[in-house]
Design a protein around this ligand. Structure first.
Ligand code: F6P
Length: 342
């Protein structure tokens, strides 16, 4: 069998571990492996693939990014896009495809499978907003970066007696902010799921000031809505209709608003793509290794339209549609852990 693998959407630490696992497991079982370059863009038109052999996968485990490249190209938004993907798969003699990505990439994979292609997914997103699966490639590494960044902000905040606002990724959900905030001991966490009015934020900082706490750390998800605060418009939408939320300058606006409301000197830090770069933590090597093998096993069992996900702390095949049916949002008990300990 000739098995292809692609990575779509934003990159994340651990993608190469998954590619290596798919590649090695398939090759060692006697299958041929090709990499699709730059996400779905590599299956449009003539297609763009390259053979993956043992040499190509050497050293991939610990590398950040994706050795295949990625893009936010959406075949569902292109005339004949899905037909082009099917034609490119045929032209490149691809019998089965492993698509590694988040809701956008997996939605395209689900459509392909519905139309009869042999497709298996693997969940990846630093936003951690896919339903059902307990694990998404890249999230744990990103949380570790947020936590370390907050540690560093604590010391400079304390030295200068400042409020430090740390803006993190999270388009529609606040997983990175709340988990990073718990791990890094932030004092206030602003996420889409539990909105706070600007007046409440200013009041909480004032209360800390009154208690003699001269510095504060606020972690804010880029997609949070803060009533009473005017944020910039987001940047232009990508092929999946998502705006570039970093352009809202939410963190910067919030720091300014706090400083003008209560006079407490404030600074903003935007972690941005630092959260997606660099080497994966151990869990973002171990789970991708396990899920890559599970995906190849699913293909060999002739299963299609599923993702190799983590359920009850074990590999499980889940219908692709279930992962993207709804967004997993931060539940109250997790937010309460943050609130109780901050
Ligand atoms: O893929 C999700 C994500 O990391 C979001 O949290 C963020 O808003 C977006 O990607 C940034 O995307 P880009 O790399 O296209 O700027």
């Amino acid at each position: 069998m000739r098995i292809a693998v692609l990575t779509g959407g934003g990159d994340a630490a651990g993608l190469n571990a998954a590619i290596r696992s798919v590649g090695r497991h398939a090759l060692r079982g006697g299958d041929e492996v090709v990499g699709v370059l730059n996400g779905w863009a590599g299956l449009l038109g003539d297609g763009d693939t390259r053979p993956l052999d043992e040499a190509a996968l050497l050293g991939a485990l610990r590398l950040g990014g994706t050795l295949l490249g990625s893009s936010r190209t959406n075949p569902l938004r292109i005339d004949d896009g899905i037909a082009q993907v099917e034609a490119a798969m045929a032209a490149h003699r691809i019998d089965a495809l492993v698509a590694i990505g988040g809701d956008d990439t997996l939605s395209v994979a689900a459509r392909l499978a519905e139309r009869g292609a042999h497709v298996v997914g693997i969940p990846k997103t630093v936003d951690f907003d896919l339903a059902v699966t307990e694990y998404c490639i890249g999230f744990d590494s990103a949380v570790a970066i947020v936590a370390e960044s907050l540690d560093r902000l604590h010391t400079t905040a304390a030295s200068h007696h400042r409020v430090m606002v740390c803006e993190v990724m999270g388009r529609d959900t606040g997983w990175l902010a709340v988990m990073g905030g718990i791990a890094g001991g932030a004092d206030l966490c602003l996420i889409p799921e539990f909105p706070l009015h600007l007046d409440e934020i200013v009041a909480r900082i004032a209360a800390r000031d009154a208690q003699g706490k001269t510095s504060s750390i606020i972690v804010v998800a880029e997609g949070a809505q803060i009533a009473g605060l005017t944020a910039e418009a987001g940047g232009p939408a990508d092929a999946f209709g998502h705006q570039n939320l970093a352009r809202r300058a939410l963190g910067e606006r919030l720091a300014d608003a706090i400083e003008s409301a209560n006079g407490h000197e404030s600074r903003a830090t935007v972690l941005g793509h630092v959260q997606r770069g660099g080497s994966p933590v151990a869990t973002d090597r171990i789970w991708p290794s396990r899920l890559g093998m599970a995906a190849v096993d699913a293909i060999r069992a002739d299963t299609t339209g599923v993702a190799a996900a983590v359920v009850a702390n074990a590999e499980q095949l889940v219908p692709l549609g279930d992962l993207v049916a709804e967004q997993k949002r931060v539940p109250a008990p997790i937010y309460q852990v943050f609130e109780a300990l901050s």
